[in-house]
Write a protein that binds this ligand. Structure first.
Ligand code: 5GP
Ligand code: MN
Length: 373
């Protein structure tokens, strides 16, 4: 691995395998074009993926505060559906009317997209990841900018694309982009405090608190943000020490009674609506549970399935050498990252009822691991 220095004196890493400079999209031209689009736009929409997680909300919130710092007055975060309450602490400085969810306020969300001059898309690689909001996003005449860390971005749909997969999170990618703006000039202490906190939060949740997808650049970012005064202890206590009692009891029930492990080393847990009702499961309550079975030596891949009205949500995690992304794309109508992916089973369609899910998983993960891995 060879370290080289870019024009901003941030280190970039040359990967011997693909010979692609890390963060090559963060160059003078792209930053200049992005900066000009911001300067010219009166109305700006910040958009992220459905069921927004810490990285989605962290990067969107950070972008919001950076635009405020640049003097923009009419910018909004437009999300496909509401974000979980445990992330309220990062969005607390955003005025109530400046975050709008398409699922609860369709007309306002679609108007905002139609009337925007610029739409900044964070933490997703293709419009369909915004679910029912996708047609309005796609048809908006606004210039679109992509900031994302997933494989295979739809670059043609964007005026400027910042795409990097060898990175922890969209929040980290946005951090490096902001560092390259002349207003910040590689000095993290110039970021608004709420922006810096949101970036640190997004990186923390997407790396599972530094457990995976950590690169030298990730630690560099964390170090600079800490030095700039970000209160990491507070972020950790907001993220990990404020859960309900029922959440921990549900986790016990899931690991003890619901987790099954196949002979191929696939652990899976199916959560039906009745169980979620009994344990009063809120949005975001099962965050992180899908990783736990990977602590077992013989487990190569872990799946968590949650029943919804017309579909079953699928989360997949895998160890190195097994591709969660490929399995999600082939058999679970989804995709994602190499070792962290998601998708859905349609009900009816892939399965008639939730009762058929174990059989589906055992059959298709067996086919996947024996024929395609
Ligand atoms: P999670 O299991 O946390 O919901 O999702 C893990 C990752 O999988 C996300 O960061 C996202 O990249 C990806 N992902 C989740 N659901 C879907 C989906 O339905 N389609 C695609 N293409 N990716 C998904
Ligand atoms: Mn992400």
């Amino acid at each position: 691995m060879k370290l080289i220095y870019d024009m901003q004196y941030n280190f970039v890493i040359l990967h011997p395998k693909n010979q692609r400079n890390k963060m090559q999209d963060i160059n003078f031209d792209n930053i200049h074009r992005f900066g000009s689009l911001i300067a010219q736009a009166a109305r700006i929409a910040i958009v992220t993926h459905m069921r927004p997680d810490g990285d989605a909300m962290g990067s969107s919130t950070a972008m919001y505060h950076f635009l405020s710092m640049l003097g923009k007055k009419e910018h909004k975060i437009i999300i496909p559906d509401p974000y979980p309450a445990y992330l309220d602490f990062i969005t607390s400085e955003i005025p109530a009317g400046a975050i709008c969810a398409h699922s609860t306020d369709k007309a306002q969300a679609e108007n905002a997209l139609a009337q925007s001059d610029l739409i900044i898309c964070l933490d997703f690689n293709a419009f369909h990841r915004t679910d029912a909001m996708a047609p309005a996003l796609e048809s908006s005449k606004a210039a679109k900018v992509l900031i994302d860390h997933h494989i295979g971005p739809d670059r043609e749909s964007f005026a400027v694309s910042f795409s990097e997969t060898q990175i922890s999170s969209a929040s980290e990618l946005l951090y490096h982009i902001l560092m390259a703006f002349p207003q910040i000039d590689s000095d993290a202490s110039r970021l608004p405090a709420a922006c810096a906190t949101a970036l640190m939060t997004g990186m923390t949740t997407d790396t599972n608190n530094f457990a995976n997808s950590v690169y030298p650049s990730t630690l560099g970012m964390a170090s600079s943000l800490l030095a700039a005064g970000v209160d990491r202890d507070n972020i950790l206590s907001e993220l990990y020490n404020r859960h309900s009692e029922s959440r921990l009891r549900l986790m016990g029930h899931m690991m003890k009674d619901l987790m099954k492990i196949t002979d191929d080393g696939v652990a899976y847990i199916v959560l039906d609506t009745e169980t979620m009702r009994n344990y009063k499961v809120q949005d975001g309550d099962t965050e992180g549970f899908v990783n736990m079975p990977l602590s077992i030596g013989k487990v190569r891949m872990s799946l968590l399935l949650k029943e919804e009205e017309d579909r079953i949500r699928v989360s997949i995690r895998s160890k190195k050498g097994t591709s969660a992304n490929r399995c999600a794309r082939m058999f679970f109508n989804g995709g994602g990252h190499e070792n962290a992916a998601g998708g859905r089973l349609n009900k009816p369609g892939d399965v008639a009822t939730i009762a058929e899910v174990p059989e589906y998983i055992e059959k298709y993960t067996h086919i996947y691991l024996t024929e395609y891995e």
